[in-house]
Design a protein around this ligand. Structure first.
Ligand SMILES: NC(=O)c1ccc[n+]([C@@H]2O[C@H](COP(=O)([O-])OP(=O)(O)OC[C@H]3O[C@@H](n4cnc5c(N)ncnc54)[C@H](OP(=O)(O)O)[C@@H]3O)[C@@H](O)[C@H]2O)c1
Length: 285
């Protein structure tokens, strides 16, 4: 086994055993192509059936919907990791949709199906739609195992709201310490108070020591350096760095470092932050 690079050990796991991105892409591509082929044949079978006057509108609509959905997902490269449950559901539902039509084509004569078949097909269609939406559209929802962040410190940038807030809450509720790296102290303190209330209401008590605030304006390289100094002075280890903050300015502005505003906050600020915290992250591992 090859030795781990710095970047790999920073991930905190032995990525040498994980298949290469190329292999993963290839597997995903093959699985995706098979699913697409099945979906496409379902549409062809359903359409052929229609020409012969034996149309199954549920099968047509469902198969078409899934093909379009799948194509959109591939186009936007959001096809998730292979999920056996979804694939199984997809295949069995498609077998239900396309099976009778395919049988008719093979036998060359209309087949009689039990009266419950449309119900099963309808329910499968609903189950596949829900499943497809959950996994393909909404995407996976990772959870943090209870207690798994105990003794671990995470920095989440821009976590006074949105995705960052939810991430910080999940980490804190798994017993971790979270540093709120936010540009507005008022907003960060309000978010900390809200998080404590939200978690209490959900039956999870967070302590004040778990939620810390340190000021960070990613649009200022000076502020980024100041933040890293403050982290150093706090004496805390840093196990996890989540570069969440982001902004999309409507008009062009230039920061005092001479950088375009959106690029400065989203890219350069985070880049410098990660670079300066790298030794600390490696140390903690
Ligand atoms: N939501 C989506 O559908 C979506 C899709 C793709 C990517 N994303 C990305 O995911 C991340 C989180 O999205 P979100 O929807 O949760 O965003 P959000 O609700 O707009 O929150 C963005 C956070 O970033 C902070 N921030 C902005 N500029 C900053 C700066 N210069 N220094 C420090 N903090 C700064 C904001 O602080 P203030 O509250 O002080 O402004 C806020 O806390 C963003 O990077 C976003 O681009 C989101």
């Amino acid at each position: 086994m090859r030795p781990l690079s710095d970047k790999e050990s920073l991930l905190g796991r032995d990525v040498a055993d994980v298949p290469s991105p190329f292999a993963q892409r290839a597997v995903r591509h093959v699985v995706g192509t098979i699913i697409l082929a099945v979906l496409a044949s379902a549409v062809v079978v359903a359409a052929a059936n229609r020409c012969r006057g034996a149309c199954d509108p549920v099968a047509c609509a469902a198969a078409l919907y899934l093909v379009v959905l799948y194509c959109l997902q591939v186009k936007f490269q959001e096809w998730p990791e292979f999920d056996a449950r979804v694939s199984l559901l997809l295949f069995s539902a498609l077998a239900l949709f396309a099976g009778p039509a395919a049988l008719e084509l093979l036998l060359g004569r209309p087949c009689m199906f039990p009266s419950w078949w449309p119900w099963v097909a309808g329910l499968s269609c609903a189950a596949v739609s829900v499943c497809a939406w959950r996994v393909m559209v909404r995407g996976p929802c990772p959870t943090v195992a209870p207690g798994s962040m105990k003794g671990r410190v995470s920095i989440v940038t821009g976590c006074n709201t949105g995705i960052g807030y939810e991430t910080a809450q999940a980490l804190a509720e798994a017993d971790g310490t979270v540093i709120f790296a936010c540009r507005s102290e008022d907003k960060a303190r309000a978010a900390i108070a809200r998080m404590m209330e939200d978690s209490r209401a959900a039956g999870k008590e967070l302590s004040k020591d778990q939620l810390l605030f340190l000021p960070l304006d990613l649009a200022s390289l000076e502020s980024v350096r100041g933040f890293v100094d403050a982290v150093d002075r706090s004496g805390l280890e840093v196990h996890l760095l989540i570069l969440n903050a982001g902004v999309m300015l409507g008009s062009r502005s230039v920061t005092k470092d001479g950088l375009e505003g959106t690029l400065a906050a989203n890219h350069f600020g985070h880049f410098l932050l990660a670079l300066l915290l790298l030794p600390k992250l490696q140390e903690a591992e």
